[in-house]
Write a protein that binds this ligand. Structure first.
Ligand code: SF4
Ligand code: SF4
Length: 241
Protein backbone atom coordinates (compact mmCIF):
# COMPACT_ATOMS: atom_id res chain seq x y z
CA UNK A 1 0.00 0.00 0.00
CA UNK A 2 2.03 2.87 -1.27
CA UNK A 3 0.02 6.10 -1.21
CA UNK A 4 2.70 8.69 -0.60
CA UNK A 5 1.71 12.21 0.25
CA UNK A 6 4.73 13.91 -1.34
CA UNK A 7 4.85 16.87 1.09
CA UNK A 8 8.12 16.75 3.02
CA UNK A 9 7.49 16.46 6.77
CA UNK A 10 9.63 17.12 9.82
CA UNK A 11 9.90 15.51 13.24
CA UNK A 12 7.29 17.98 14.51
CA UNK A 13 4.69 17.15 11.82
CA UNK A 14 1.50 15.73 13.33
CA UNK A 15 -0.78 12.91 12.28
CA UNK A 16 -3.59 10.77 13.68
CA UNK A 17 -3.17 7.02 13.70
CA UNK A 18 -3.77 3.90 15.73
CA UNK A 19 -3.43 0.34 14.50
CA UNK A 20 -5.13 -2.41 16.47
CA UNK A 21 -6.66 -5.83 16.15
CA UNK A 22 -10.29 -4.68 16.18
CA UNK A 23 -10.00 -2.80 12.90
CA UNK A 24 -11.48 -4.48 9.83
CA UNK A 25 -8.29 -3.82 7.91
CA UNK A 26 -6.17 -5.70 10.48
CA UNK A 27 -3.36 -7.59 8.73
CA UNK A 28 -4.46 -6.60 5.23
CA UNK A 29 -1.50 -4.24 4.87
CA UNK A 30 1.26 -6.81 5.28
CA UNK A 31 1.18 -7.79 1.63
CA UNK A 32 3.48 -5.39 -0.19
CA UNK A 33 7.21 -5.61 -0.81
CA UNK A 34 9.54 -4.64 2.00
CA UNK A 35 13.06 -3.47 1.25
CA UNK A 36 15.28 -4.55 4.13
CA UNK A 37 18.25 -2.81 5.67
CA UNK A 38 21.30 -4.74 6.90
CA UNK A 39 20.20 -4.15 10.51
CA UNK A 40 16.70 -5.49 9.73
CA UNK A 41 18.28 -8.74 8.54
CA UNK A 42 20.52 -8.97 11.58
CA UNK A 43 17.58 -8.58 13.97
CA UNK A 44 15.24 -10.97 12.18
CA UNK A 45 17.77 -13.76 11.56
CA UNK A 46 18.75 -13.65 15.25
CA UNK A 47 15.12 -13.76 16.30
CA UNK A 48 14.56 -16.78 14.07
CA UNK A 49 17.82 -18.36 15.29
CA UNK A 50 19.10 -18.98 11.78
CA UNK A 51 22.10 -17.77 9.81
CA UNK A 52 21.89 -14.68 7.62
CA UNK A 53 22.48 -16.89 4.56
CA UNK A 54 19.56 -19.16 5.48
CA UNK A 55 17.32 -16.16 6.17
CA UNK A 56 18.17 -14.52 2.85
CA UNK A 57 17.67 -17.64 0.76
CA UNK A 58 14.47 -18.67 2.52
CA UNK A 59 12.65 -15.35 2.84
CA UNK A 60 14.07 -12.74 0.49
CA UNK A 61 14.85 -11.97 -3.14
CA UNK A 62 17.47 -9.67 -4.57
CA UNK A 63 16.24 -6.43 -6.06
CA UNK A 64 18.69 -4.53 -8.28
CA UNK A 65 18.03 -0.80 -8.29
CA UNK A 66 17.92 0.38 -11.92
CA UNK A 67 19.52 3.76 -11.38
CA UNK A 68 22.23 2.87 -8.86
CA UNK A 69 22.77 -0.85 -9.75
CA UNK A 70 22.92 -1.50 -6.00
CA UNK A 71 21.47 -4.77 -4.71
CA UNK A 72 18.78 -4.84 -2.01
CA UNK A 73 17.24 -7.70 -0.07
CA UNK A 74 13.47 -7.63 -0.44
CA UNK A 75 10.67 -9.60 1.21
CA UNK A 76 8.14 -10.00 -1.62
CA UNK A 77 5.29 -11.56 0.36
CA UNK A 78 5.71 -11.39 4.08
CA UNK A 79 5.73 -14.84 5.69
CA UNK A 80 5.57 -13.44 9.23
CA UNK A 81 1.96 -12.34 9.24
CA UNK A 82 -0.35 -14.49 11.40
CA UNK A 83 -4.02 -14.13 12.41
CA UNK A 84 -2.77 -12.52 15.64
CA UNK A 85 -0.58 -10.02 13.80
CA UNK A 86 3.14 -9.81 13.17
CA UNK A 87 4.98 -12.87 14.51
CA UNK A 88 8.30 -11.01 14.65
CA UNK A 89 6.82 -7.77 16.03
CA UNK A 90 9.73 -6.84 18.36
CA UNK A 91 12.16 -7.31 15.44
CA UNK A 92 9.97 -6.13 12.56
CA UNK A 93 11.77 -4.24 9.77
CA UNK A 94 12.32 -0.49 9.64
CA UNK A 95 9.66 0.07 6.96
CA UNK A 96 6.98 -1.68 9.03
CA UNK A 97 7.92 0.33 12.11
CA UNK A 98 7.72 3.63 10.28
CA UNK A 99 4.32 3.06 8.64
CA UNK A 100 2.25 5.30 8.19
CA UNK A 101 5.35 7.46 7.97
CA UNK A 102 8.12 6.91 5.44
CA UNK A 103 11.63 8.18 5.99
CA UNK A 104 13.88 9.36 3.19
CA UNK A 105 17.45 10.57 3.07
CA UNK A 106 18.64 13.12 0.53
CA UNK A 107 21.54 15.41 -0.31
CA UNK A 108 20.63 19.08 0.06
CA UNK A 109 22.53 22.33 -0.46
CA UNK A 110 24.40 24.00 -3.27
CA UNK A 111 28.00 23.88 -4.53
CA UNK A 112 30.55 22.83 -1.94
CA UNK A 113 28.17 23.10 1.02
CA UNK A 114 26.17 19.92 0.69
CA UNK A 115 24.77 17.95 3.58
CA UNK A 116 22.72 14.85 4.11
CA UNK A 117 19.21 15.45 5.36
CA UNK A 118 16.64 13.04 6.74
CA UNK A 119 13.01 13.87 6.10
CA UNK A 120 9.64 12.19 6.21
CA UNK A 121 6.45 11.61 4.24
CA UNK A 122 3.04 10.39 5.23
CA UNK A 123 1.54 7.32 3.58
CA UNK A 124 -2.24 7.61 3.35
CA UNK A 125 -3.94 4.50 2.10
CA UNK A 126 -7.73 4.89 2.17
CA UNK A 127 -8.01 1.19 3.06
CA UNK A 128 -5.97 1.75 6.23
CA UNK A 129 -8.56 2.54 8.89
CA UNK A 130 -5.93 3.47 11.46
CA UNK A 131 -5.99 7.01 10.05
CA UNK A 132 -9.55 7.48 11.33
CA UNK A 133 -8.55 6.86 14.94
CA UNK A 134 -8.21 9.74 17.40
CA UNK A 135 -4.71 9.12 18.75
CA UNK A 136 -2.44 11.96 17.66
CA UNK A 137 1.34 11.86 17.27
CA UNK A 138 4.22 13.95 16.12
CA UNK A 139 6.68 11.99 13.97
CA UNK A 140 9.17 12.43 16.81
CA UNK A 141 6.77 10.73 19.25
CA UNK A 142 5.97 8.00 16.75
CA UNK A 143 9.64 7.19 16.27
CA UNK A 144 10.14 6.80 20.02
CA UNK A 145 7.01 4.66 20.33
CA UNK A 146 8.11 2.37 17.48
CA UNK A 147 11.71 1.99 18.71
CA UNK A 148 12.99 3.69 15.58
CA UNK A 149 15.86 5.69 17.00
CA UNK A 150 18.09 2.63 17.28
CA UNK A 151 17.08 1.52 13.76
CA UNK A 152 17.83 4.98 12.34
CA UNK A 153 21.21 4.98 14.03
CA UNK A 154 22.02 1.54 12.59
CA UNK A 155 20.70 2.39 9.10
CA UNK A 156 22.10 5.91 8.74
CA UNK A 157 25.59 5.11 7.44
CA UNK A 158 24.27 2.46 5.06
CA UNK A 159 21.69 4.89 3.65
CA UNK A 160 24.40 7.51 3.11
CA UNK A 161 26.36 4.99 1.03
CA UNK A 162 23.31 4.53 -1.23
CA UNK A 163 23.25 8.26 -1.94
CA UNK A 164 26.84 8.76 -3.02
CA UNK A 165 27.87 8.88 -6.63
CA UNK A 166 29.89 5.86 -7.61
CA UNK A 167 31.52 4.12 -10.50
CA UNK A 168 29.70 1.47 -12.52
CA UNK A 169 29.09 -1.67 -10.47
CA UNK A 170 29.55 -4.99 -12.26
CA UNK A 171 27.79 -8.20 -11.20
CA UNK A 172 30.84 -9.46 -9.27
CA UNK A 173 30.86 -6.29 -7.19
CA UNK A 174 27.09 -6.46 -6.76
CA UNK A 175 27.46 -9.92 -5.19
CA UNK A 176 30.19 -8.64 -2.88
CA UNK A 177 28.11 -5.60 -1.87
CA UNK A 178 25.11 -7.83 -1.19
CA UNK A 179 27.14 -10.21 0.95
CA UNK A 180 28.79 -7.43 2.95
CA UNK A 181 25.48 -5.60 3.44
CA UNK A 182 23.17 -8.44 4.27
CA UNK A 183 24.91 -11.77 4.79
CA UNK A 184 26.73 -10.96 8.01
CA UNK A 185 27.59 -14.58 8.90
CA UNK A 186 29.21 -15.04 5.52
CA UNK A 187 30.95 -11.67 5.81
CA UNK A 188 32.43 -12.81 9.16
CA UNK A 189 33.87 -15.89 7.41
CA UNK A 190 35.13 -13.67 4.59
CA UNK A 191 37.02 -11.50 7.11
CA UNK A 192 38.31 -14.23 9.44
CA UNK A 193 38.67 -17.30 7.25
CA UNK A 194 40.19 -15.82 4.11
CA UNK A 195 43.33 -13.75 3.43
CA UNK A 196 41.38 -10.57 4.23
CA UNK A 197 43.39 -9.75 7.37
CA UNK A 198 46.66 -10.42 5.50
CA UNK A 199 45.68 -7.62 3.17
CA UNK A 200 43.66 -5.14 5.25
CA UNK A 201 45.54 -3.67 8.20
CA UNK A 202 43.32 -3.60 11.29
CA UNK A 203 44.60 -3.17 14.83
CA UNK A 204 44.11 -5.97 17.37
CA UNK A 205 41.44 -4.10 19.27
CA UNK A 206 39.35 -3.61 16.12
CA UNK A 207 39.81 -7.27 15.17
CA UNK A 208 38.55 -8.38 18.60
CA UNK A 209 35.62 -5.99 18.40
CA UNK A 210 34.38 -7.14 15.01
CA UNK A 211 34.99 -10.77 15.94
CA UNK A 212 32.77 -10.60 19.02
CA UNK A 213 30.19 -7.94 18.26
CA UNK A 214 27.85 -8.40 15.30
CA UNK A 215 26.80 -4.75 15.19
CA UNK A 216 30.47 -3.68 15.14
CA UNK A 217 31.04 -6.15 12.28
CA UNK A 218 28.04 -4.70 10.40
CA UNK A 219 29.41 -1.18 10.87
CA UNK A 220 32.85 -2.31 9.73
CA UNK A 221 31.08 -3.74 6.68
CA UNK A 222 29.79 -0.25 5.89
CA UNK A 223 33.36 1.08 6.07
CA UNK A 224 34.47 -1.72 3.75
CA UNK A 225 31.63 -0.85 1.35
CA UNK A 226 32.84 2.76 1.23
CA UNK A 227 36.30 1.45 0.42
CA UNK A 228 35.28 -0.95 -2.36
CA UNK A 229 32.91 1.63 -3.85
CA UNK A 230 35.82 4.11 -3.81
CA UNK A 231 33.83 6.60 -1.73
CA UNK A 232 36.57 6.90 0.89
CA UNK A 233 40.18 5.80 1.13
CA UNK A 234 39.44 4.69 4.67
CA UNK A 235 41.20 1.31 5.05
CA UNK A 236 44.90 0.69 5.45
CA UNK A 237 46.27 -1.92 3.09
CA UNK A 238 49.34 -3.88 4.21
CA UNK A 239 52.36 -3.38 1.98
CA UNK A 240 53.53 -6.38 -0.01
CA UNK A 241 57.08 -7.27 0.98
S1 SF4 B 1 -4.70 0.18 10.58
FE1 SF4 B 1 -3.46 0.30 8.74
S2 SF4 B 1 -1.50 -0.52 9.45
FE2 SF4 B 1 -3.04 -1.19 10.92
S3 SF4 B 1 -3.74 -3.18 10.17
FE3 SF4 B 1 -5.11 -1.64 9.32
S4 SF4 B 1 -4.22 -1.25 7.30
FE4 SF4 B 1 -2.64 -2.20 8.51
S1 SF4 C 1 7.24 -8.07 9.16
FE1 SF4 C 1 5.41 -8.02 10.42
S2 SF4 C 1 4.64 -5.92 10.25
FE2 SF4 C 1 6.07 -6.23 8.57
S3 SF4 C 1 4.85 -6.90 6.83
FE3 SF4 C 1 5.53 -8.76 7.88
S4 SF4 C 1 3.91 -9.27 9.34
FE4 SF4 C 1 3.58 -7.14 8.67
Amino acid sequence: MEHFDTTKRTLDSRFKFRCHKDLECFNTCCEGEIILTPYDVLRIKNRLGISSGEFLSKYTSIHLDKSSSLPYAVIRKCPFVTPEGCSIYEDRPTTCRYYPVAQATGIVGEGGVKRIEEFYFFIKDPKCLGHNEDKEWTIREWKIDQGLDVYDEMNREWKKIQLCKRQEIDSKKQSLIYMVSYDIDNFRRFVFESKFLDIVDLDDEEIERIKNDEVALMKFGFEYLKYILKLEDNLKIKSKN
